[in-house]
Design a protein around this ligand. Structure first.
Ligand code: GLC
Ligand code: CA
Length: 558
């Protein structure tokens, strides 16, 4: 058997640096703050940190608008701090994964400023003249802002392309010089010791030649067919592999690849094709996202079916990356669990459901204590660029009712995932001693690390146990996975992990009702074996052998 790569069995912990810990009390989280929590992270048992962008940036889109790939954002610290973070993390066996935001730069990057002045970097970006009758170059729209992807600077006769905000001009990957620059940036950071990249919207770097119109003017055809998974992307990724990745065999290349099918995901990550190691797909987290940011009902069955489709896809050959939350999503327990009545139960059930699935695991900061959606009272406290543009678009263009738009925003806003980490119950949640750059959530007195460390029945203690349980049972790393298709009561979903005659069954209740699992317990035991654990037992709650309580998860072994 070929040796497994470190990331195959890893649990990656994603950090949004501005909101983790503020070490110098200016209200903004920073790199030294992260350094100060490495011991905490080591005891939690995670293997790697994925840092949302830490590069110099005007912060229009939270650092996903890079102004200088060779500098650390002033708010976050210095290059020395970054080097120290890498060194201190490595001492604790924690790897560091950085963002590679290479589909676009900030409009404040010197390449773009030079391009605006028609200098030598003009062709690093994508320029096109409008159509003869004064129309835009084509009909593509940004699915995120509902606006055209084209902007014409006042001083110009051409428009530039931006799939995201106009402050994020797209780079022209068909330009060999640009590609060489990107590869140099990667080598620079790898030589500093980083262990991998999460490649932001990497499946959008190739655009169709001629930038044609989307054939019909259907409002929801945004042009993805011409810029998402467009065939040239494979040519670029193979080149990146040859020029960079092959020289750093332990480097993790994890691509953000929205809108892929299992076949396309395999085309990116099949090891013999030498492109990426891991892909991030969003089908399961997007099932309750309607058009234009409308919140749809969450249906556990749809969610489960989607997860299982990917877990077993391509004859079980996909290297899945498993995550439920991220900096772009609502908080996991608010999204899929039950915050009002079963916060601990649902947070731990979801954690178990997730972490015992097959693949590389990613957890998002704060999930380990059950942090919830932020629920700001004042709608103006939702400050993320996407929250604001969705809001304006729905009110002004779609003419939706304000109450509906506000309700959906509260449910789905990215702000939900970006507010300060809750370390303790002091003012500003122990994140900083001054008012944070983004308002705290009002539940930090109840939900915080310090109180959960003192409580043996906390979500945090459960995560620690669960992480070590996963790590010490090879079945969860290398075992096969099988969906459980037996006739389970409504709301109950499960799967089996099997390796060397060891057979674990994970049975989860996604609803707030208690159900009879079987009248005759021996039926259950012949199917699943012995019940070895339940989140209820670990949380100090009463669990019954023949019943599954609200949001309970039971683990069986045979
Ligand atoms: C990705 C990031 C998101 C960002 C966008 C543009 O989707 O996850 O946060 O806004 O790319 O870079
Ligand atoms: Ca700071």
């Amino acid at each position: 058997m070929t040796k497994r790569k470190w990331w195959q069995d890893a649990i990656i912990y994603e950090i949004y640096p501005r909101s983790y810990v503020d070490s110098n009390n200016d209200g903004i989280g920073d790199l030294m703050g992260i350094v100060s929590k490495l011991d905490y992270l080591q005891t939690l048992g995670i293997n790697a940190l994925w840092l949302c962008p830490v590069y110099e940036t005007p912060n229009v889109d939270s650092g996903y608008d890079v102004a200088d790939y060779y500098k650390i954002a002033k708010d976050l610290g210095t290059m020395k701090h970054m080097e120290l973070l890498i060194e201190e993390a490595h001492k604790r066996d924690i790897k560091i994964i950085m963002e590679l935001v290479a589909n676009h730069t900030s409009n404040k990057h010197y390449w773009f400023i030079n391009a605006l002045n028609k200098g030598r970097y003009r062709d690093f970006y994508i320029w096109k003249k409008g159509k003869n009758n004064g129309e835009l170059p084509n009909n593509w729209m940004s699915s995120k802002t509902g606006k055209s992807v084209w902007t014409k600077p006042k001083t110009d006769d051409e428009y530039y392309l931006h799939l995201y905000t106009e402050a994020q001009p797209d780079l022209n990957w068909s330009n060999r010089e640009l590609r060489t620059e990107i590869y140099s940036i990667m080598k620079f950071w790898l030589n500093k010791g980083v262990d991998g990249f999460r490649m932001d919207v990497i499946n959008k770097i190739a655009k169709a030649e001629g930038l044609p119109d989307v054939p019909t003017n259907t409002p929801f055809l945004y042009g993805e067919m011409y810029f998402e998974n467009y065939p040239d992307v494979h040519r670029y990724l193979k080149e990146m592999y040859e020029e960079v990745l092959v020289h750093y065999p332990d480097c993790l290349a994890m691509g953000q690849t929205s809108g892929v099918s299992p076949e396309q995901a395999y085309a990116y990550t099949n090891p013999s094709l030498k492109e990426l190691n891991l892909f991030l797909q969003f089908e399961h987290v997007n099932i309750d996202y309607g058009k234009e940011g409308k919140k749809l009902e969450f249906l556990p069955k749809e969610f489960y079916d989607s997860i299982m489709k990917w877990q077993t896809g391509i004859d079980n050959k996909l290297n899945n990356t498993v995550f439920l939350g991220s900096h772009d999503l609502p908080r996991t327990v608010s999204h899929y669990g039950n915050v009002s009545d079963y916060l601990k139960e649902s947070a731990t059930m979801l954690a178990t459901f997730q972490l015992l699935l097959k693949g590389t695991q990613v957890i998002y900061y704060g999930e380990e204590i059950g942090m919830t959606n932020v629920n700001y009272v004042d709608i103006n406290d939702y400050i993320d660029t996407r929250s604001r543009s969705t809001y304006d678009y729905r009110i002004n263009v779609c003419k939706d009712k304000v109450v509906d738009v506000e309700q959906d925003l509260r449910a789905l806003a990215r702000d939900n995932a970006r507010y300060p980490m809750q370390w303790n119950n002091s003012t500003f949640s122990g994140f900083s001693s001054v008012k944070p750059w983004m308002k705290n959530c009002n539940n930090y007195e109840q939900i915080n690390v310090e109180c959960q460390l003192e409580d043996n029945y906390s979500v945090l203690k459960y995560y620690k146990w669960l992480i070590s349980f996963k790590k010490t049972n090879a079945t969860f790393n290398i075992g096969k996975i099988f969906p459980i298709n037996d006739k389970l009561p409504e709301g109950i979903y499960g799967y089996r992990r099997v390796y060397n005659n060891i057979n674990y069954s994970i049975i989860c209740n996604f609803e707030a009702t208690t159900v009879d699992f079987a009248d005759e317990t021996h039926q259950v035991s012949s199917l699943y074996g012995v019940e070895i654990d339940s989140n209820y037992i670990k949380l100090g709650l009463v669990s019954k052998l023949n019943k599954i309580k609200p949001y309970e998860v039971k683990i069986y072994k045979k």
